[in-house]
Design a protein around this ligand. Structure first.
Ligand code: MN
Length: 226
């Protein structure tokens, strides 16, 4: 492997992905990975999903892919589907082909490249990625803030005493690259980098690139006019 290129939440921002990729100019022996949330919110979810598959870009599972998968699994059952989709998500579901569904179902919760761990949300110092409970697996997709006792805080319930998980993380599961919570600029901690810079919200799409034990960030301004 020459370079390891990790993209933040793309959320259907196809045009920005194409432009950012042109800027990075991946070579044959580079590895490209997404932190999840490839789809939903942006205007080109299906186009983005197909492009990623066609260009052999890997991804971990995001909470938005997880929601679609859970919806599809419930659809196979006779009872009413407890997952409510919005119009955008329903549209995505209507346009998924079997290959897309296989791809989504195959997304792992995390991947590791030597000392680099890639996952969508976050983790606690007590987690062992090779031995996760069902609850911890769900938290890996959704973690943002922790309270003073390091308990998970539900989205929207954080207060001034809340601590972002990466500010507490000691690196015991590897140098971790994640998305889910977006920041104006990539959030760089001692043992983690948050690479979601809110492209679908009009900010920018970013990637972190590892080469020869160093890293740098490439970004591209969102094309969405606010
Ligand atoms: Mn996201």
């Amino acid at each position: 492997m020459n370079k390891l290129i990790i993209y933040g939440d793309i959320h259907g921002c196809y045009d920005e992905l194409i432009s950012l990729r042109k800027k990075i100019n991946p070579q044959k022996d580079d590895v490209e990975v997404c932190v999840g949330d490839i789809i939903t919110k942006g205007k080109d979810s299906i186009k983005t999903l197909r492009y990623i598959q066609e260009h052999n870009i890997k991804s971990v599972l995001g909470n938005h892919e997880d929601k679609i998968i859970r919806y599809l699994q419930y659809e196979k059952q006779a009872s009413e589907n407890p997952i409510i989709l919005d119009e955008d998500e329903q549209n995505i579901v209507n346009n998924l082909n079997l290959k897309d569904i296989d791809f989504l179902m195959s997304l792992p919760l995390f991947v590791k490249y030597e000392n680099i761990t890639i996952l969508h949300g976050g983790l606690k110092n007590s987690y062992d990625l090779d031995n996760l409970t069902k609850n911890e697996k769900s938290k890996i997709l959704r973690m943002r803030y922790l309270d003073q006792n390091q308990n998970f805080i539900t989205f929207g319930k954080e207060d001034k005493d809340s601590i972002f998980w990466a500010d507490l993380y000691d690196g015991n599961q590897g140098f971790t690259i994640y998305g889910h919570q977006w920041f104006q600029e990539a959030k760089i901690n001692e043992h983690a980098i948050g690479i979601d810079t809110g492209c679908a919200y009009g900010n920018k799409l970013s990637a972190v690139i590892f080469k020869d034990n160093n890293f740098y960030i490439e970004s591209l301004k969102s094309y969405i006019c606010e």
